[in-house]
Design a protein around this ligand. Sequence first.
Ligand code: C2E
Ligand code: MG
Ligand code: MG
Ligand code: MG
Length: 282
Amino acid sequence: QAKNKGKSAFERFSPEMKEVSHERLQIESRMRRALELNELELYFQPIVETCSGKVFGAEALLRWNNPTMGMVMPDKFIPLAEETGLIIPIGQWVLEQGCQAAMQWQKAYGIELSISVNVSPRQFRDPNFIDVVLSALKLSGLPPQRLELEITERLILDNSIETSEILTRLDQEGIRLSVDDFGTGYSALSYLKSYPFDTLKIDKSFVQDVNNKQEDASLVRAIINMAHSLGLKVIAEGVEEEEQITFLNDENCDYSQGYFYGRPMPEPEYRDWLETSQRAQI
Ligand code: C2E
Ligand code: MG
Ligand code: MG
Ligand code: MG
């Protein structure tokens, strides 16, 4: 906005900008109908125990299949859903579908998997948020210990009393809490001791070069040690190569997630992945 200061109204509303806002409005109105038209789909990406390679659970990742726009990735539409408030019904749907999926896998394969669900700031601050989470658990029958809510540092760092109260309530219910993309925000580490987090997810930008950049190796090692001494588990994100697993395993990183194990996939494909990995364990 500051950039526009001093410009005439004519300059500020150039034809290009009108175009952009028109496109935005169009996406927005399509997004409003995405839920009822069943265009949203939840993908699942395996989370694996680093030392054993055994499956621990999955992260639920949203996809939007629109007939005109094709497959839309979350980075393209989550910010808009957040701005418009549409993230509230969409987020509720994700929670319900995610918990349900974890229970279905238990019924089909007898394994008690954990499900990780991303929560955006707007959703988190909605007065009904805690009720929505509890009702998703109740509807599915999933024990709260098997739901992990992923929250970014950006949300935590607003330092408000409400943030602290909501996190405490969720923790008291037995729901697990993780810090997503750890290290990419303003890591004011003090929140780690005052809030009831269970897990740190090391951002993929640190994991990427762990085998060829000394600095990244040092950072990842330090994060793992710090997390463990605070009683937190660690998940490494963006694991793509075997050498990364070797490093992470040597450093006692609890869990790993990334293309090396599996890409985010539709539910039926995740089941196939589970079956194959179960067979490999025997
Ligand atoms: P995130 O929660 O950090 O999710 C991890 C992202 O890293 C996913 O991108 C995943 O596909 C990608 N990824 C996983 N393994 C690898 C790897 O080995 N290499 C590389 N290069 N990337 C990997 P995706 O699915 O595009 O999601 C992007 C972000 O959108 C997520 O980041 C999350 O912040 C947000 N998001 C996704 N689904 C939801 C949702 O249901 N609700 C909310 N509020 N946000 C969501
Ligand atoms: Mg996440
Ligand atoms: Mg806890
Ligand atoms: Mg992340």
